[in-house]
Design a protein around this ligand. Structure first.
Ligand SMILES: Cc1cc2nc3c(=O)[nH]c(=O)nc-3n(C[C@H](O)[C@H](O)[C@H](O)COP(=O)(O)OP(=O)(O)OC[C@H]3O[C@@H](n4cnc5c(N)ncnc54)[C@H](O)[C@@H]3O)c2cc1C
Ligand code: FES
Length: 352
């Protein structure tokens, strides 16, 4: 009897709370669809859904690197109407000035009535396409290369990424494009995160299967200025977007000098070195650091230490920096480059 009461009371309590929440939602939320105005387009939205979900349903695919958890800050939009509260997750990613202008994270706010929001115009042309896994291979013990063949080509720029829908779940994950601009196939490098939903699924996806991707996303653009030096720095799987940039510049931009600094744990964790070695470009230098292994021909230590010891910024050329890797690596490299006199406004980064 005592056991029955111990089980029944919490169950009844949970059911009562659930019923109460449903009742409040029914009383508070409009019964039918509401009107969502996005830039100058009008669309229907379901009350109670997040703004991010409503936009996705209406085919407006804004970036959402963390899949709606409020931890990437990518889904920033401007609310033109309504008194939308500022949540701690908003202020973690959005400046005070932008908060005052109505910017919020679309994944953190729900739709309760008609709303007007503004998204960058470029997001209106983002597309969702089906793709087939054409080929796959292990590049290192934990990084799998996936060659996706999309049904319609995605016109991406070097340094951009796509969002991959993870199987039958509602989840998406961001992955950088690793191939050169103009490629019809989309190549991804996916590092297996133990217990990770997206990376585990992508590591077990058989060749021949299809999946959905959307994109391209990402704001980096190769500098237009003739003669600029491109400084590319990657740690681990952060090599993916750097690979796209190196291959694109080698094929299209002989006017640039390119300095590539790569950091891996051991030689077993390094990849694409042979491919980069065979690229033809008049002024491309590549330096590789291994922090957990001593090998002839490789710097022994962290990539920021190697940069400090090896890199000499040009005196007259402008420098454009793209960094990609884990957050501590990015911070350490940015500190070293700042000490060398390179402005943080010339440094673009993707942390993951
Ligand atoms: C713009 C962008 C580009 C990206 N490009 C790439 C890419 O080219 N290749 C790539 O492999 N990844 C990339 N990522 C990271 C990728 O989107 C996923 O976050 C990553 O694959 C983990 O997802 P998951 O579903 O496997 O793990 P989740 O299920 O999301 O997480 C499982 C657990 O692992 C932890 N975790 C999550 N991410 C990491 C991580 N990176 N390292 C260690 N622990 C983690 C979480 O805290 C959680 O505890 C990129 C991210 C962004 C924002
Ligand atoms: S999707 Fe990452 S913060 Fe909103």
């Amino acid at each position: 009897m005592h056991l029955l009461v111990t089980i029944l009371v919490p169950v009844l309590w949970i059911l009562a709370v659930g019923a109460f929440v449903l009742l409040v939602r029914k009383l508070v939320l409009p019964s039918g669809p509401v009107r969502l105005e996005v830039n100058d387009r009008l669309m229907d939205a379901t009350p109670g859904s997040s703004v991010l979900e409503a936009l996705g349903t209406a085919g407006v695919l804004i970036p959402s690197g963390c899949g709606g958890k409020g931890t990437c800050g990518y889904c920033k939009v401007r609310f033109r109407s309504g008194d939308v509260p500022v949540l701690p997750t908003d202020s973690a990613w959005i400046s005070g000035e932008e908060l005052a202008q109505g910017y919020r994270l679309a994944c953190q706010h729900r739709i309760f009535g008609d709303m007007a929001i503004e998204v960058p115009e470029k997001y209106l042309s983002i597309r969702r396409v089906q793709a087939t896994l054409k080929a796959a291979r292990m590049l290192t013990p934990d990084i799998r290369e996936l060659v996706l063949h999309p049904d319609e080509s995605l016109d991406f720029k070097a340094g951009q990424y796509v969002q991959v829908e993870i199987g039958d779940t509602e989840e998406q994950r961001a992955y950088s494009i690793a191939c050169a601009e103009g490629s019809q196939d989309i190549i991804l490098n996916v590092r297996l995160v133990p217990g990770g939903l997206g990376s585990t699924w992508l590591h077990s996806l058989p060749v021949g299967k299809s999946l959905f991707i959307s994109g391209p996303y990402g704001d980096y653009e190769l500098p237009g200025e003739h003669g600029t030096q491109l400084l590319l720095v990657a740690g681990g799987v952060g090599l993916a977007p750097i690979s796209s940039l190196v291959r694109t510049v080698a094929a299209t931009r002989n006017d640039m000098s390119v300095r590539v600094f790569l950091g891996f744990r051991t030689l077993e964790h390094a990849y694409y070195l042979d491919e980069f070695g065979s690229l033809s470009h008049p002024d491309l230098e590549m330096h590789v650091a291994l922090d957990s292994e001593q090998r002839e021909g490789f710097y022994h230590g962290f990539v920021h230490e190697m940069i400090k010891n090896v890199y000499e910024p040009p005196q007259k050329q402008p420098v454009s920096v793209f960094l990609c890797g884990p957050p501590p690596m990015i911070e350490a490299v940015m500190d070293v480059l700042s000490e060398m006199g390179i402005s943080r406004s010339d440094m673009f980064y993707d942390k993951f």
